[in-house]
Design a protein around this ligand. Structure first.
Ligand SMILES: C[S@@+](CC[C@H](N)C(=O)[O-])C[C@H]1O[C@@H](n2cnc3c(N)ncnc32)[C@H](O)[C@@H]1O
Length: 212
């Protein structure tokens, strides 16, 4: 069962193979050109450096993350000074010198709305099937009707149990409806031997535009 405790334990024991040291190349290639100051939501943000990149583009970035360890590591690794205040059950860490906040707590308790954009990398695919509809519904409810952004999904063969979970193209479409359109897909198993070694012939990463 993928519970909040599961994720807290992953961080406690350092099993965070999902974390990428650099900025995701797909983010740089496909992020839409939005007005400076646009409010960008990064659900289930981990300690992703993608948030720094987005903030450096001039956006007002909000990441939401359950694990205090992830938050501490993100702030520490990037040598960031910040202020913290409480909003109900959530701890809000506001970064000095960059338009960036990390909200620490359960994403499903985070109820701000009217975000102009969303960046989902390894968030929807971190959710088990039983919570995925709730995750997408909750995310769409956070966005304005004109919001855009990027979603990166995975679809793979073999017996691997997630996370990350394999989410088929038709499931992505049925979850997000007309709010998403596929931009590109790459079978990572063709270029990266790691996936073949894990028993996959297909390990497809798809990039979707989130659109009004
Ligand atoms: C697979 S990781 C992806 C992290 C990040 N998006 C990245 O690209 O590195 C999923 C993250 O979601 C966090 N998470 C899981 N359930 C959550 C919840 N209910 N609320 C907030 N964060 C959650 C986990 O702690 C973990 O850091």
């Amino acid at each position: 069962m993928i519970t909040n405790e599961f994720w807290l334990d992953r961080w406690k024991t350092g099993r965070i193979g999902f974390h990428q040291e650099g900025v995701n190349p797909k983010l740089i290639e496909f992020w839409p050109d939005l007005p400076k100051g646009s409010r960008v939501l990064v659900p289930l943000c981990g300690k992703s450096n993608d948030m720094i990149w987005l903030a450096e583009q001039g956006y007002d970035v909000t990441g939401v993350e359950l694990s205090s360890l992830a938050v501490i590591q993100f702030l520490g690794d990037n040598d960031i000074s910040y202020n913290t205040h409480l909003e109900g059950t959530l701890k809000v860490h506001t970064v000095d010198g960059l338009s960036l906040r990390i909200v620490e707590g359960d994403y499903f308790q985070f109820t701000e709305t009217e975000f102009d954009a969303c960046y989902d990398r390894a968030a929807m695919v971190a959710m088990p099937n039983s919570k995925r509809t709730e995750y997408v519904t909750h995310t769409l409810a956070r966005l304005s009707s004109s919001a855009c952004g990027l979603l990166i999904s995975l679809q793979y063969d073999g017996d691997q149990q997630g996370p990350p979970f394999s989410v088929a193209e038709n499931s992505v479409i049925s979850l997000w409806g007309s709010r998403v359109q596929k931009i590109t897909a790459e079978n990572l198993a063709l270029t990266n031997p790691q996936y073949k070694e894990q028993g996959h012939n297909t390990f497809e990463e798809s990039v979707w535009r989130i659109q009004p």
